[in-house]
Write a protein that binds this ligand. Sequence first.
Ligand code: V55
Ligand code: FE
Length: 502
Amino acid sequence: MENLTEQELATLNAVRFPQIPLYEGFGAPVRLESDLRDCEVSYGEVPKDLNGALYRCGPDRQYPPLIGDDIFIDGEGLVVMFRFENGHVDFKTRYVRTERFLLQEKHRRGLFGRYRNRYTHDPIAKGCNPGTANTNVVWHAGKLLALKEDDLPIEIHPYTLETIRRYDYDGGIKSVWLSAHPHLDQTTNELLTFAYQAKGDGTTDMAYYVIGPDGKVKHEVWFNAPWPGMLHDFAICDKYVIFPFFPLLTDVEVLKKGGPFYQWHRDKETMVAVVPRYGTADQIRWFRGPTSFAGHMMNGSSNGSKVSVDICLSRGNSFAFFPNHDGAPPDPTQGAPYLTRLTLDLAGQTEEIKSERLYDWLCEMPRTDDRYQGNGTYRNGYVVCHDPRRVWAGMSGFSSVGHYDLKTGAANSWSPGPNSGVQEPCFAPRKPNSPEGDGYILALVNRMAENRSDLVILDAKNLEAGPVAMVKLPVRVRTTFHGMWVSQEALDSGHYSVSRTP
Ligand code: V55
Ligand code: FE
């Protein structure tokens, strides 16, 4: 075998995915790129006032990973677009042509090993950016960016979805990568974003950036995290940004031995940094609370000296595929997230984090009416959840799309029924200046039994009335993580013209 060329070796290796639960049924790699003009509408009518595009992103393995195993946050990013025009919906998917994708394409095989462990990759991949662009898509300052937290944004074309370039904001970003969870303030057209482990694997450096409406870095704060952990998401409000630190930590020595990128430290507490939105590192305030974990935040707000953040919080690690540092078996009872309000009092005498559970439905992927990100008066939240009145189809994902009215405490939901699951809900306003929460919820539906997907359009104010329309896809879309609705007006102008109704 030694005297075979790389090319010959590669063609000897048939593409064969390992038989692991992640790749069974709905999780099987799809690996197709689709173009479908005029999707079938199996129910109702697509509102004619919904013009623009829903963008989403998720992993879909291009080639099998080198280690014969995988976790659900790895895999090459596939961008999904539903383009809405005058009652018609066109569907398109494209892989993001990351360096990693192009290198594997050339060699016709997987070159990457364990999630974010560069010591497990093929030597051919040395020096290649391992980013997958598989987590989120955001439209800001006239650019559509596909994001993953261990790489810089990848700019893609908003209509063809062709990959344009890896984007460092013309040299404005000095961190080695950027979060996949920037938060967009549609009233100022600023994109607030950050990097954790901002100088490389296992570093404690944090970088926080405000990108202006012109797409240029306008504010930057560097500070140190209490430990080199995961910081997947943060929250913004008018005067502050809030960074919660949970004890899922990276140890470079573990990486060198081929181990996991994160380990859970159940003996460690939760820490929260409140950073002034346009301030400096010396103004940062720190707060402490018991061990907890959250992937995602719904929104932040500030009221006088009190800063709060609504967050899908669990007591322990909800990423059971990252092991306990002390070798104990995973404890799934601790990983269930519930919408929880953390309150930090800047005028208080203590560093205590006050914590209050807002709803008893297990939920994740929290979203708002995007025009109200960072607005303390917001009252509508949208999640995927397990409404106990619904049937949960197990492996199909969450059973229901939920709407929480944070003012009245009411909760309602819609479920696609048995053998189906839902993905993260995205809000689209009925009209650009509609009041908060007046619009539609767009969500991908996993049809397990039929091995394909739907896109459901719901009335955001009345989920329980059932779909406004159901857009039927002839193919399966593997579970996507995040994305957003972008109106045609915002696509045309490159900015948002949102003025808030109080
Ligand atoms: C998360 C997701 C990621 C990731 C790290 O939801 C954390 C949590 C989709 O990728 O890389
Ligand atoms: Fe996320």
